[in-house]
Each structure stands twice: as C-alpha cells, then as structure tokens.
Design a protein around this ligand. Sequence first.
Ligand code: FES
Length: 200
Amino acid sequence: MSARRLHQEQPASFAYSAESKARVDREIAKYPPGRQASAVIALLWIGQEQYGWVTKPMIEAIASLLGMAYIRVLEVATFYTMFNLAPEGRHLVQVCTTTPCWLRGSDDIVAVCKKQIADTQHTISKDGKFSWMEVECLGACVNAPMLQIGRDFYEDLDGPKTEAILDAFRRGETPKPGPQNGRHSSEPIGGLTSLKETQS
Ligand code: FES
C-alpha cells in the first residue's frame, strides 16, 4: 500500500454540526477524566460521516477537543484505511479482493466498478454519486464475493447483481443488504443440511 497522506487541497475550516456534536459528546463521556483521547477513532468517524472525508482542519479540531497533539490524531487518521483522506463519491463502493472473494469472482465486480464508475480507484464518477476502491477482507468470506457501501454489506455477488445494486443507488434507492442470491444469512442456498431438528 502506498503512503497515506492528507489531500493537497484542504478546506479552510471544520466544525461539527449540532447533531454530530451531540454524538461527539456522548463518545467522549464514555471515558474517565484524562482518557478522552480514547475517543479519537470515534470522533474521526463522526467527522467523516458528516463531511465525507477526513480533512486537516478536522484533525486539528479533534486534537483540540481531546487535548491531543495534532501529530497523534494525524497518525491515527493516516494509519486506518477506513478513513478517507480525499473526497470520494457520495457512495464509496469498497470491493473486497482478498483471496476468497477473488476466487469467487471479485474480478467481475471490479470490472463493473470500472465500467459504471471510473477506470481507477478513488476517482469520482461523472455524476458525483460513486467512487470505488479495493479493500482487504471485510470478514464476510463465507458469502464471497462481496462489497460494502456505507455501513451495508452486499454479498453473494456477481457482475449483473453488482450492476443492479449500483443502478438502484443511482436511482436514489437503497437496495436490501446481505446475500443477493436468495439465501438467508450464510445458510446453504438449498436450505439447512444439518441441525434441522430442534430439541424439545
Ligand atoms: S475475503 Fe472477502 S470478505 Fe473475506
């Protein structure tokens, strides 16, 4: 992975909205006096959910709120790939391409992203609605291949199912997350093959 740095172009300032600030206060209150720095990841996440990506003024604001050195917050923001350091499309499509998903066809999902969104990762689609990136295992290998949009996982995918999901988001809909092949959770598609009897 290449070095993660802050974006060259930065906004002039950052402030949490009233709604975000209420969440921030709840997070900080979870920790005893003197341990507020433990809320740093939560505050970065709330900032990203509000603004779309993590900015330098946001990092400065969080450092000030938590009584931390700017470099300590910057270290966290640049270490975890869940934090976007540059603007993304309204829907960031995270495609798992680790071995189980790759063996089950993640190349087809990447091909759809290239066709429908942009040739390269982290490039915002012409309509501004999407960008995409490859990610490592998201812990849903049993339902591979899969992708994440927002907080939702879409699983048991193939090329056409991925196209249908992106089309739905483009229309302003939110497709039902989870397996897209009709099975429940990670059960066999044909129904249970074991543990079929319940004990009375
Ligand atoms: S390998 Fe894709 S979710 Fe684990």
